[in-house]
Design a protein around this ligand. Structure first.
Ligand SMILES: Cc1ncc(COP(=O)(O)O)c(C=O)c1O
Length: 445
């Protein structure tokens, strides 16, 4: 079946509620950083399926672990039995995630399917453990598409369910366009608002991304995460770091929070953890994750095939090379993009307002012009569409930021090639090569 034909069948068969589309990408196979369309056209993948294919497509170690597990799978879950890969994965996670020195009592690992349920379970555990119902989250944050995790997401997906009345949203401090209008005051002002909400002592947890992704690749300014840590300690609330998207090596450290030297009470992981298979985890105090027993039931949690994939991913990360590569290739990627932004002869460069991020979590902010910093959502959508036409996959977030998150295994040459394609796409979009009609069918977020 050709690529357009496959896409047409998809439109007729697959539910719109689970689609986030920006161009008619149809894929038959993948290897490393490359996706292959029906018909054989190869595309460089600078999204890694929103980071879920963090080790690249079809990594041989993951293929081998999954193949072995599927051939000998001991049942389908850890719900009413245990199995070696589930236990070993949980123990590996406990060893890899540092504990807070002040934590008294043991920690546990919740094994789930997706970032959404890991966050949901962590949040309801905090509510149960504290007897408080309030949650502080951040505007532009994304924590999931279900239940409480959806309710605390600052990016509101219109699911038709009522807003969670117990959530307070604070602005996430940004350096490029601080909500206070001044980068010097943005952290103290944000922390002042968080303190105000915590002071009522009704807050069970503060949930935050240590690099806000879907909200526009916002790097936390110095002192922000540390301030949250101190406030949570002062008011007896749990601090959850949602590292579903930016954890596990992506930022050039194993954990994104290492950049700021702040350890949360609970960390949630997902996406890359399963090496492309559905798998997530919440790691935190037993007081939060043990009770009430049997309150977070899903039949295939701790699925042995997903757990085997997770173990293979962690082994690759423990060996260190993907994390080192993320740091180095990230420097290369942002260096090349900064050079493009400063190249006056390129037709699109004036539309690059900012290039930011950590490691291989890079955002390119597309603006109408640099002076006014006015977001240009349409140009961003056209750039992503044009990039796909040229052979690069990258998606927009928050309307006008192109998110670049290639697999951690990306090579130097692939980064060069990806930047060549992306900058040509920005140039072409700025020159009007993409019509409004071309992007109209893809509603995006
Ligand atoms: C930071 C963050 N948390 C949680 C989620 C939800 O993860 P999932 O889509 O696997 O449920 C996402 C997904 O984009 C995310 O980016």
């Amino acid at each position: 079946m050709s690529s357009p034909s496959l896409y047409c069948h998809d439109e007729q068969a697959i539910a719109g509620v689970e689609k986030l589309r920006f161009f008619p990408l149809a894929v038959e196979s993948g290897r490393g950083c490359v996706l292959v369309e029906p018909g054989g056209r190869e595309l460089l993948d600078f999204s890694a399926s929103w980071t879920a294919s963090g080790m690249g497509h079809g990594h041989p170690d993951i293929v081998s672990a999954v193949s072995k597990a599927i051939a000998t799978a001991p049942g389908a879950s850890i719900l009413s039995m245990t199995h070696p890969d589930g236990v070993a994965l949980a123990e590996q996670l406990l060893a890899l995630v540092p504990s807070r020195p002040s934590l008294d009592g043991p920690r546990r690992v919740y094994l789930g399917h997706a970032g959404s349920d890991a966050n949901d379970v962590a949040l309801r555990g905090c509510r149960h453990a504290t007897g408080r119902s309030g949650v502080i989250a951040f505007q532009g944050g994304y924590h999931g598409g279900l239940g409480i995790a959806q309710g605390v997401s600052g990016i509101h997906v219109d699911s038709g369910s009522p807003a969670d009345p117990h959530v307070t949203f604070a602005p996430y401090p940004a350096s490029y366009q601080p909500h206070t209008g001044d980068a010097a005051t943005v952290v103290p002002e944000t922390l002042r608002r968080v303190r105000l909400a915590l002071a009522a002592r009704t807050i069970a947890a503060v949930i935050v991304e240590p690099l806000q992704s879907d909200g526009g690749l916002l790097v936390p300014p110095p002192g922000f995460l540390e301030g949250l840590r101190q406030l949570c300690d002062e008011y007896g609330s749990y601090l959850i770091f949602d590292e579903v998207k930016v954890g596990l090596g992506r930022t050039g450290f194993l954990h994104a929070f290492e950049h700021d030297g702040v350890v949360p009470d609970i960390i949630t992981l997902g996406k890359a953890l399963g090496g492309g298979r559905p798998l997530s985890a919440a790691i935190g105090p037993a007081a939060v994750l043990d009770h009430p027993t049997a309150s977070a039931l899903m039949t295939t949690v701790g699925n042995p095939v997903s757990c085997a994939a997770g173990r293979a991913v962690l082994e690759l990360l423990e060996e260190g090379e993907p994390v080192r590569n993320a740091a180095e290739r990230g420097k290369q990627l942002s260096g090349l993009l900064h050079a493009y932004a400063c190249a006056p002869v390129r037709p699109g460069s004036a539309h690059v307002g900012d290039v930011r991020g950590r490691g291989l979590s890079i955002g390119v902010e597309i603006v109408k012009s640099r002076d006014g910093k006015m977001p240009d959502d349409k140009l961003t959508a056209k750039t992503a569409f044009r990039a796909w036409e040229l052979g690069l996959v990258a998606y927009p977030v928050r309307g006008n930021v192109l998110e670049l998150t290639p697999p951690l295994t990306v090579s130097e040459l692939e980064i060069e090639r990806g930047v060549e394609l992306l900058t040509r796409a920005i140039d072409d979009a700025a020159l009007g090569v993409v019509s409004d009609a071309a992007i109209e069918p893809y509603s995006g977020w």
